[in-house]
Write a protein that binds this ligand. Structure first.
Ligand code: ADP
Length: 749
């Protein structure tokens, strides 16, 4: 088994090598002259020429072929010879290496015309039914194939295909060829019961009795010379003549196309026009492809060195052939054709019926499967679409239900117009329509017109926007509405804006209620904590005053030093109480708006200098007191005294909570903001981070026992706010603090 495989591989490799080799070797090139007997338009010639070219190629020769057409039926004998000479002359410098000449007429004319060319180069003839042996003998360089007509087999074809009763006829006159045919026929039919040749007249009665004796009728009629029975020829072509069959023995101007003209079936003894639409049913012939392959084979041998003189003229191979197209015309079934006949022009589906049927079934099954698959996909897609639609519908209903009653409406922007959903118009009691952005503007409260910034430009830019506006859509008063919208870019590059219009009046009402409640609560809480703080803050100094006053009044034995200390304590607490009351009054006056602020333009440098000068003497000497100034001359609009009060408070706190280091008073200009920053910085105890946000609350003191009321910073904040400024705090425990007043200012030139 392995050996077989090895052999197979060896063979395949060998074949591959041969193939590669043949692909690589350069092709032989030869000049070949092809001479045809008939006219250029003869139906078989296109195939004829292609087959010649291909036959050479198959033998590895790239043939440079020139083809000439003698057109023999258009010319008399002498004219034909002249034309042959003329055709050969027309080749000019192009000298063929071999001549292939086809059919009797061209072969005869070539050898007869006297042109030197056929003497100089080898000639191979083919398709010649009656070679002129005398002429051929004169040319040692001429060889070829004798397409010898087999009349007996031709006659058998007629009987086999059309029945024993068929009477055959052909057209023969008295030309050289016709006479040769007639003589050959007679010779070949010798000893066979064939009558009718040589234009014999038969009596009908005699014909019948002879047929019974096994005679076959094969008449020859004349076409060139009309004799005593002029109707004979035409009569034979007529459809009224039964059991007749035309036999093509030659192709000349009398016989060309007879097959088509004749109503009876026709057979042929030669390959001329067979299979090319002249209604010739079949015959025992040398087919065109055989003729060409023999002729080219011979030619290649000669081109490769064989001497034509060494090759005798041979008879060409013959086969039984039948034309499928004519079979169809004559309604002859395939079954009626004996196996020895090769059927030509048979369609693929007839020749390979089984394969054809399998192919058809396969295609049908394939198409069926494709259609079913497509139908299934379509059905599935439809189902999916339907489900999606139901889901969408359901979602829409759910959405509509959920927003119904809440006065929430969907809207979108379409062609610069706002399209509000039907529910909006139903709520309004109006017909659905599109709304212009300007029309929408009319529904908005005059105070909110500024806020309504929806326009084509910012709609396009909006990613996600929420705008709350007071609108009156139904003429029943303004209510709070919320416009929510989003703009996205679709896959096609277009912008899509859509959103919701929500009535938020209820939310707003609730918000207001909550705000009011919060304020009330805050007030109450404030009052309460204020009272608690107040009672604590007032009671402490009062207790001290009352207590020490009582001691002074009751105790007579007090020494002077104690007395002085008690009186000091009473005075200190009285001062504290007084300051407390003053601070409270001041704060409450400020908050209730009863305190007027004398706003005036004031030079920052002058104000800060003044405060610095005042505190220079007050700040303890163990602390360094620094002033920092900015060269930019600036003006602020404040109540001079109040701002001095704020800075004084900062400086007092700084000296209270700084035991060593420095206190800094300064200011700087912030050009980008047009602001001045006035600050008091110290290197004191600092304020813990978590307490920094509450030190401005009332009564806040980090240390309960620290000196002061805890109201100072609250008062400062109110003053600064009234001066359109703000206070900033920086502080770090153990490092120090900085209180900065930020105020709008302008530079003076
Ligand atoms: P008072 O009027 O009693 O001085 P303030 O409102 O001015 O009260 O200050 C409240 C509290 O803020 C002070 O008791 C103190 O705890 C804290 N504080 C204010 N300034 C400074 C500062 N420069 N350094 C540290 N703590 C400070």
């Amino acid at each position: 088994m392995n050996k077989i495989y090895l052999n197979l591989i060896y063979l395949m490799t060998l074949q591959l090598l041969v193939l590669i080799n043949s692909g690589c070797t350069e092709k032989e090139e030869h000049r070949v002259l092809v001479i045809h007997s008939y006219e250029y338009s003869y139906a078989a010639y296109p195939d004829f020429n292609i087959l010649i070219k291909k036959a050479f190629k198959d033998k590895g020769i790239e043939a440079d072929i020139r083809t000439v057409y003698l057109d023999c039926e258009s010319h008399q004998e002498q004219e034909e010879l002249d034309r042959m000479r003329m055709l050969l002359d027309s080749l000019g410098d192009w000298k063929p290496e071999i001549i292939l000449v086809n059919e009797d007429q061209a072969t005869y004319s070539l050898l007869k015309c006297g042109h030197p060319l056929p003497k100089q180069i080898p000639v191979v003839f083919a398709g010649v039914n009656y070679p002129n042996w005398e002429l051929i003998k004169q040319y040692p360089n001429v060889t070829g194939f004798h397409d010898k007509i087999d009349y007996n087999k031709t006659l058998d074809v007629g009987l086999e295909l059309l029945g024993k009763n068929i009477m055959l006829f052909t057209i023969l006159d008295y030309t050289y060829l016709d006479q040769a045919i007639r003589a050959d026929m007679k010779e070949q039919f010798r000893g066979r019961k064939v009558v009718g040749l040589a234009h014999l007249e038969f009596k009908r009665q005699k014909r019948d009795s002879m047929r019974k004796e096994g005679y076959v009728y094969f008449e020859s009629i004349r076409a060139r010379v009309v004799d005593a029975s002029p109707g004979g020829f035409i009569w034979l072509l007529s459809k009224y003549v039964e059991n007749r069959c035309y036999v093509q023995l030659k192709r000349d101007f009398t016989t060309v196309n007879i097959g088509n003209i004749c109503a009876s079936p026709s057979i042929t003894a030669i390959n001329e026009a067979f299979g090319y639409g002249e209604k010739l049913l079949g015959g025992y012939i040398t087919p065109l492809n055989v003729q060409i392959s023999e002729e080219v084979g011979e030619a290649v041998g000669i081109l490769h060195g064989t001497s034509p003189g060494a090759i005798p003229v041979r008879e060409s191979k013959k086969v039984y052939q039948i034309d499928w197209n004519v079979m169809q015309q004559l309604h002859i079934s395939k079954k009626a054709i004996p196996a020895k006949y090769e059927i030509i022009n048979m369609p693929f589906k007839e020749r390979y019926n089984g394969l054809w049927m399998t192919l058809i079934v396969f295609i049908v099954v394939l198409l069926g499967s494709i259609i079913s698959a497509l139908a299934f996909l379509y059905w599935r897609e439809q189902k999916r679409k339907k489900m999606a639609l139901y889901a969408l519908e359901d979602e829409k209903e759910t959405l509509a239900l959920s927003i119904e009653g809440g006065n929430t409406f969907a809207w979108k922007l379409q062609d610069d117009l706002i399209v509000l959903e039907n529910a909006y118009w139903k709520w309004l009691g109006k017909k659905t329509r599109k709304v212009d952005i300007d029309e929408l503007r009319n529904y908005i409260h005059p105070d909110h017109q500024e806020l309504f910034k929806i326009n084509k430009k910012n709609l396009a830019l909006a990613k996600k926007k929420i705008v709350r506006l007071k609108c009156d859509f139904n003429g029943q008063g303004y209510q709070w509405w919320e416009f929510r919208y989003t703009t996205t870019q679709l896959a096609n590059g277009q912008l899509k804006t859509a959103g919701l219009l929500l009535n938020i009046q209820e939310i707003k009402d609730r918000e207001q209620e909550l705000e009011d409640a919060r304020r009330l609560a805050e007030k109450a809480e404030l009052k309460q904590s204020f009272l608690a703080n107040m009672s604590h803050e007032i009671r402490t100094p009062l207790n001290a005053i009352v207590g020490f006053s009582n001691i002074l009044a009751m105790e007579d034995e007090l020494d002077e030093a104690d007395k002085t200390e008690y009186i000091d304590t009473i005075n200190r607490n009285s001062e504290l109480l007084l300051k407390l009351i003053n601070d409270i009054l001041e704060l409450s006056r400020m908050e209730s708006g009863n305190m007027t602020f004398q706003m005036e333009k004031c030079n920052v440098a002058g104000l800060v200098d003044k405060v610095y000068m005042t505190h220079k003497v007050l700040i303890p000497s163990y602390l360094e007191f620094i002033e920092e100034r900015d060269d930019t001359p600036m003006e602020i609009e404040v109540d001079n005294d109040r701002l001095t009060q704020v800075l004084t408070n900062f400086l007092n706190n700084a000296s209270k909570f700084t035991k060593e280091g420095y206190i800094k008073l300064g200011y700087c200009f912030v050009p980008e903001e047009n602001q001045v920053r006035i600050y008091v910085e110290d290197s004191g105890i600092g304020i813990p981070k978590e307490e920094q946000h509450i030190i401005f609350s009332r009564f806040y003191k980090q240390n309960e026992f620290a000196q002061g009321t805890g109201l100072g910073l609250s008062i400062c904040q109110v003053i600064v706010e009234k001066s359109h400024g703000s206070i900033e705090l920086w502080s770090e425990l153990g490092k120090g603090s900085r209180f900065t007043v930020v105020l709008p200012c302008h530079v003076i030139s």
